[in-house]
Every structure is written in C-alpha cells, then in structure tokens.
Design a protein around this ligand. Structure first.
Ligand SMILES: [Zn+2]
Length: 140
C-alpha cells in the first residue's frame, strides 16, 4: 500500500475536506491555507511529478482549477484574484510528491507573493533564442 498522503485521501484512508470530485480528480481544502478558500486539485491516479502524469489527468487538473477559481470568485470568501500554482520538484517547492495544483484566492494585502531574483530583468533576443533552441531541441 502506498504511503502517499494524497493517495490516502483518494482512498479515503485520510480525511480531507472535499469540495468537488470527478472520475479523474479530487478538489479539497489545503489544511494550511495561504488564504481562506485555498484549494488543492489532485489527479486520482498517482503521479509523483508532471512527467509521470497522464496528459488527460493534467488537462482535467487545469479544467477543475479553472472551475475552482470561478467558484472562489462567486463565493462569499474574499477573492479579488487567484493564483494557480503547481510546484514540480523539490527546488520548485514541491513537498508532497503526488502532483497537485494549488488554487489560491488573493486579495490586496494578503501577504503572499512570489520573490524574484535580484538580477531579474528583460534580456536580449540572443539570450531568448539560445534558451528557445535548448527547449526546441528537447521538445519532442
Ligand atoms: Zn499519491
């Protein structure tokens, strides 16, 4: 039996506050919300990283994230904006190794944000082309 926390939620071995579910995904409240209403959307089928995810599960993950954002805007919770956030890999901030999409309600002064590196700036076309060439080469 898997000791994956999120597989435990899918199996019903671990309690979660579920908001919505379908044949591919489950949406439930994050137990450590950044803001009230912070949800996680997960595929039912375990995949530790994006590369392991069934592309149809990935597509459904985003569909449900979009729906969750609409529900947050329409809800009585404070929601002036939404971040969709998916951390793939430990250095990207992934802590539970079962792919999950964060849907985070945002409002002015909520204290959350992304931190940019000190050398963050617009770069030249040459650098963009070098990066694009590396990605194109690996694309297929
Ligand atoms: Zn899992």
């Amino acid at each position: 039996m898997s000791d994956c926390l999120f597989c435990g939620i899918v199996d019903g071995r671990i309690d979660a506050t579920v908001v919505a579910q379908d044949e591919r995904t489950l949406a439930f409240m994050d137990i450590r919300p950044i803001t009230p209403g912070h949800l996680l959307v997960i595929p039912r089928r375990h995949g530790d990283r994006l590369a392991a995810l069934d592309p149809e599960d990935g597509a459904q993950l985003f569909r449900v994230g979009q729906r969750a954002a609409a529900a947050l805007y329409a809800s009585s919770l404070r929601c002036e904006g939404v971040n969709l956030f998916l951390a793939d890999g430990e250095v990207a901030g992934q802590e539970v190794f079962h792919v999950h999409l964060h849907v985070i309600p945002r409002f002015a002064g909520d204290g959350f944000g992304l931190r940019f590196p000190p050398d963050y700036e617009v770069v030249g076309r040459d650098e963009l082309e070098r990066s694009a060439a590396a990605v194109r080469e690996a694309w297929s």
